[in-house]
Each structure stands twice: as structure tokens, then as C-alpha cells.
Ligand binder design. Structure first.
Ligand SMILES: [Zn+2]
Length: 290
């Protein structure tokens, strides 16, 4: 599943090719069209396909930013502004190519769902093998309330103070710290892989109820989350399942993982323990994380 570092890499891969370009056509796959007709809202959410086209074609892509695990595209056409908000779901990705057939990974080539034809001759292609991803087209970001609930970006100055303030909320006090840091209202963009890795880095057992952590431990957890997310970005994300970059390159973060889906601890040699916490697979070292 693409987490913050992977989404950041998708963004970096597509930005140089699409910013400043006008969208001259939009094409949907038959799955998207059939989904809309049967009321399933496959990928294109909260807007009819006709309106999605109406509010995309003729618009210029002014900017692309990442907010947590969302990609935000700012569109402008005369005095009209729109925003595309996209979440990559379990296995979605954006690619830039002249033709869909030029996408090098067969699964992404086969499972394209939305194609934006740009006026520079390139196509911005959204592919999604499992179709859990989504693209919205809204007049303003506030029209999609979920985006406003997300904690500040983890690399921003206010993120740590925001995170620390969340420990006073009743609903988080007995919650295992692993589950708490997955909440996007607490820390933005920390998914399962990076949560496991951060708690190993911090030396903290993922089952620990958040109110049992000292202030120093709470701060350490935050610093470790930032550290592993930065490492993820630097190494181009993980390629554990089917995630690949916009250019078809694979990230190397999987080589840096210490506990996630690992067998033995590289520090002490103990077996890595797997547990379910808050419904998510959790991997940790019982010896190094107390
Ligand atoms: Zn260990």
C-alpha cells in the first residue's frame, strides 16, 4: 500500500511532465463507466463522469502537491479553479507516458482507469490493479471534509506539538501506541510499514497503551516516525508488493526494513514477533522493544 514516501515519489515523478500543461481530453476505462452506472463509484467519486470531464478539459494543471497520502492537483481555466484530490488506495499509481502501452509494468498497463490527455503530447494515466483508489474533482478542498481532519504534515514545525496534544484525548489514552500513530488525525501519512519501523527505532513495544509512555518516549516515537519517513523518501519508498514509481523504477526502502515482515532482529538475533493490533499486522522485536 502506498504510504507517504511512496506518494511523495509518485508526485516527484509526474510533476516535471504535467505542471503547466492543459488537459485536452479525459478517458475512462469500462470498469469506471460500469461502476458509475451500477452506483459503485469506481475510482471517480462524488461527481458524474460528464461533470468530471467538464471540470477537467480545458483546465491547466497549475500545481501538484502531496498532503499526507493524498495527491492534490490544482486546475485553472480562466477564472475557474478546480482541485483533483487523489488517494492511491491499495495499489494505485500515476504514470506519464505517450501511450498507455508505454507503461513498462504489465499490470499497470492493463489496469489503467483514467487517462488525461495533455497538450504536450503526453498522457497522465491513473492505473489501479485493485481499484481501491479514488480521484475527486471539487471546487475547493473544503468540499472534501476528510482532507481537513488530517494532522499537520509530519515534517512541518507544528506537527510534533499537535501529536503531543493528542495524548490528552480520552479515545487515545488506552489505545496501543502503534494504533494511535496510524490515526491520520494524530500523525499524517504514517502507514503500517513505517509505524512498525518507527516503534522499533524508538525501542518501544507496539502494544504499550499510549498513556503509559513517558514524555521522553512520546517525543522519541515522533522523532522516529519522521526519521523512517525521511529514510523512505530518500530511498524511493518500499516495493514490497506491487508499488512502483511513476517511471517504473522500484524503491529500495524494503532493504532498510528492520521488523516489517522480517524473520529475525538484526540487532539481537531474536525472532520477530507478529501480532494484530487495531486490526493491522504488526511486526516487532520483543527483546529490543519493551
Ligand atoms: Zn531485537
Amino acid at each position: 500500500m502506498p504510504e507517504l514516501p511512496e506518494v511523495e515519489h509518485v508526485k516527484r515523478g509526474i510533476v516535471p511532465h504535467i505542471v503547466g500543461q492543459q488537459i485536452i481530453d479525459v478517458t475512462f476505462s469500462s470498469k469506471v463507466k460500469d461502476g458509475k452506472e451500477s452506483g459503485k463509484e469506481t475510482i471517480i467519486k462524488g461527481i458524474t463522469l460528464d461533470d468530471f470531464k467538464k471540470y477537467s478539459i480545458g483546465y491547466t494543471i497549475e500545481d501538484v502537491t502531496r498532503r499526507s497520502k493524498y495527491l492534490l492537483f490544482t486546475l485553472k481555466h480562466g477564472s475557474s479553479r478546480r482541485n483533483l484530490i487523489s488517494h492511491l488506495g491499495m495499489a494505485g499509481g500515476f504514470f506519464v507516458a505517450r501511450e498507455v502501452d508505454d507503461i513498462v509494468i504489465p499490470n499497470y498497463r492493463k489496469h489503467w482507469h483514467v487517462v488525461f490527455q495533455l497538450n504536450n503530447g503526453l498522457k497522465l494515466i491513473y492505473s489501479d490493479i485493485r481499484r481501491f483508489g479514488e480521484i475527486r474533482n471539487v471546487a475547493q478542498l473544503a468540499d472534501y471534509a476528510s482532507i481537513l481532519e488530517i494532522a499537520p504534515e509530519p515534517f512541518s514545525e507544528e506537527a510534533e506539538a499537535h501529536y503531543l496534544s493528542q495524548f490528552t484525548h480520552k479515545k487515545y489514552q488506552k489505545m496501543p501506541i502503534k494504533q494511535m500513530i496510524l490515526e491520520h488525525r494524530v500523525i499524517a501519512g504514517c502507514g503500517n510499514i513505517y509505524a512498525c519501523e518507527a516503534l522499533f527505532d524508538a525501542g518501544i513495544n507496539p502494544h504499550t497503551p499510549s498513556n503509559e509512555l513517558t514524555m521522553a518516549q512520546r517525543q522519541k516515537v515522533f522523532q522516529s516516525v519522521v526519521k523512517v519517513l525521511e529514510m523512505g523518501i530518500q530511498s524511493g519508498g518500499t516495493s514490497i508488493s506491487d508499488y512502483v514509481h511513476a517511471d517504473g523504477q522500484r524503491g529500495t526502502m524494503q532493504n532498510n526494513l528492520k521488523v516489517y515482515k522480517q524473520k529475525t532482529c538484526s540487532v539481537c538475533g531474536s525472532d520477530i514477533t507478529t501480532a494484530i493490533i487495531g486490526g493491522r499486522n504488526t511486526h516487532y522485536c520483543e527483546h529490543c522493544q519493551q
